[in-house]
Design a protein around this ligand. Sequence first.
Ligand SMILES: Nc1ncnc2c1ncn2[C@@H]1O[C@H](COP(=O)(O)OP(=O)(O)OP(=O)(O)O)[C@@H](O)[C@H]1O
Length: 250
Amino acid sequence: MTALRIEGLHHVYPDGHRALDGVDLHVREGERVAVLGPNGAGKTTLMLHFAGLLTATEGTVHVGDTPVAKKTLPEIRRRVGIVFQSPDDQLFMPTVADDVGFGPANLGLRGTDLADRVAAALADVGLTDLADRPPHHLSVGQQRRAALAGVLAMRPDIVVCDEPSANLDPASRRDLARILHATAPTLMLVTHDLPYALQLCERAVILDAGRVAADGPTAEILADTALLERHRLELPFGFSLATALEALRP
Ligand SMILES: Nc1ncnc2c1ncn2[C@@H]1O[C@H](COP(=O)(O)OP(=O)(O)OP(=O)(O)O)[C@@H](O)[C@H]1O
């Protein structure tokens, strides 16, 4: 079953800048796909289209069988949850529990239904004990998990993460990867962190100048040094793909 189907997507910003120049992308339910590319490639613009936060200049986006359009936006925004890089874009209620419950409450959940939904999402991300804390008192890693809980509480079909590993220490990176593995039904990961893409996603897409420049198994894409160089992507100094793949083996 298709989770996400993007066909001939173009996006031109009001100032005339063409950020997407004919993107085709099909993602099956349950896939985990990393969206890689240099600065300005169009990754964020594409990600915003997944949830109907931008309107296509040309082309179509479908979530499952539902086209992203004005009248389907409430359904699309329930089905596609974005975890933004900056928690300030997402966490604004007095407590973590209020924040996680904000979306489901907007869907009409009340009472124990709402409380159960919030409790389950907090348990999924390991933040049950911090439910009553103000979000701005949490560490960056905890804030990112709180933002993910808010997305999971909507029971989305697709979780989209924008640079989820940014500013996380190694233990928090691992925790978040484990949680995303366990909870995201279909995952779209926008990142510059190539090892994280390898760890989390079996498939990777390189976007450059608003076009899909490569699409394939993450391990194969990261092994193609000429391809990476062409698109200004680099593995960290000293990173061994062979060792990383060995460590990822079940
Ligand atoms: N609101 C806007 N108005 C005009 N141009 C924009 C706007 N937002 C982004 N752009 C331009 O569109 C292009 C794609 O930007 P986008 O943020 O999607 O790239 P990106 O791949 O996410 O980059 P980064 O890795 O730096 O976050 C860039 O050239 C950018 O300058």
